[in-house]
Design a protein around this ligand. Structure first.
Ligand code: C2E
Ligand code: CA
Ligand code: CA
Ligand code: CA
Length: 279
């Protein structure tokens, strides 16, 4: 930066300060949000493609900010991950999701699985096996009704802590799934060595299935290879009947997307489950 003009340098630092301030504000807001209970959990249905039956749901966090309104997890999850706040936030989402699912079991005989997203930091530093055991104990939800989603890049992390955590969770009877599959660089052969049962094909391969031959080829290749390895396959971002029909034909097991329902608050999901039962 020595040979840069004075003005350029000032401009640069002012810029840094502005973004650092925004970051700090967001981080401070996140701290406050936990104690003020501004985080809410939404639920998005997952259905069996062959039968059309509801098989479970994914829990997705929402931040109801007092001034900014609804803040997307795409904006605050990365900040939470860098600041380690993802650990308490993640535990909050897990607890809420397990409590709600247990309620659905008791009230409506709901037999599905709830899937909760885990970030790499939770697996490395969060004492995750003990946390999950404690939450299942506290809420009364059986391990068989819990699924944990880990992104492909986290799963490929060679860190021994991650491998140990996954083994520990699997030993408890929890289902593990690889999220956003296809966006990383993993091979299915490597995946097979992980204690994982479900593969979620990333939305980016599903969105243009009906108009892009390459995307269709990738999706069907992932389905057939995943199936031959004994994995359960979920397609995310299913928006059109054409997506559904193609995926069903290719032998994809489950689907999630706006075609079936957007992520919704707990009360709305309760009604969704009721409708499914009478339909
Ligand atoms: P994800 O785990 O891949 O979740 C799926 C995202 O796709 C959700 O976005 C969902 O609303 C969206 N989606 C589902 N179906 C459709 C569809 O048919 N069309 C379109 N266009 N989008 C669809 P959302 O809720 O904004 O979450 C974004 C990401 O934030 C998640 O991606 C996940 O990586 C992260 N996230 C959300 N909640 C949590 C959480 O509790 N913990 C952690 N660690 N990450 C979370
Ligand atoms: Ca997910
Ligand atoms: Ca995903
Ligand atoms: Ca995704």
């Amino acid at each position: 930066a020595k040979n840069r003009g004075k003005n350029t340098f000032q401009f640069y630092t002012a810029d840094m300060n502005a973004s650092a301030m925004a970051r700090l504000k967001l981080e401070y807001g996140l701290h406050r949000a936990l104690s003020r209970e501004e985080f809410h959990v939404y639920y998005q249905p997952k259905v069996n493609l062959a039968s059309g039956q509801l098989v479970g749901m994914e829990a997705l966090v929402r931040w109801q900010h007092p001034e900014l309104g609804m803040v997307s997890p795409v904006e605050f999850i990365p900040v939470a991950e860098e600041s380690a706040l993802i650990v308490p936030i993640g535990t909050h989402v897990l607890t809420e999701a397990c409590r709600f699912t247990r309620q659905l079991q008791l009230e409506q005989g709901f037999a599905g699985r709830v899937a909760v997203n885990l970030s790499g930091r939770q697996l490395k530093f969060g004492n995750i096996v003990d946390t999950v055991r404690q939450v299942l104990d506290d809420t009364g939800l059986p391990a068989a009704n819990l699924e944990l989603e880990i992104t492909e890049s986290t799963a490929m992390d060679s860190d021994q802590e991650v491998g140990r955590a996954l083994e520990g969770l699997r030993a408890m009877g929890i289902t593990l799934s690889i999220d956003d599959f296809g966006t990383g660089y993993s091979s299915l052969a490597y995946l097979k060595r992980l204690p994982v049962q479900v593969l979620k094909i990333d939305r980016s391969f599903i969105a243009h299935l009906h108009e892009d031959k390459d995307d269709a080829a990738i999706a069907s290749a992932v389905i057939s290879m995943g199936r031959s390895l004994g994995l359960s396959i979920v397609a995310e971002g299913v928006e059109l009947p054409a997506h559904r029909d193609f995926l069903r034909e290719q032998g994809c097991h489950m689907a999630q997307g706006y075609l079936y329902g957007k992520p919704m608050p707990a009360d709305a999901f309760r009604h969704y489950v009721q409708q499914f039962r009478v339909a």
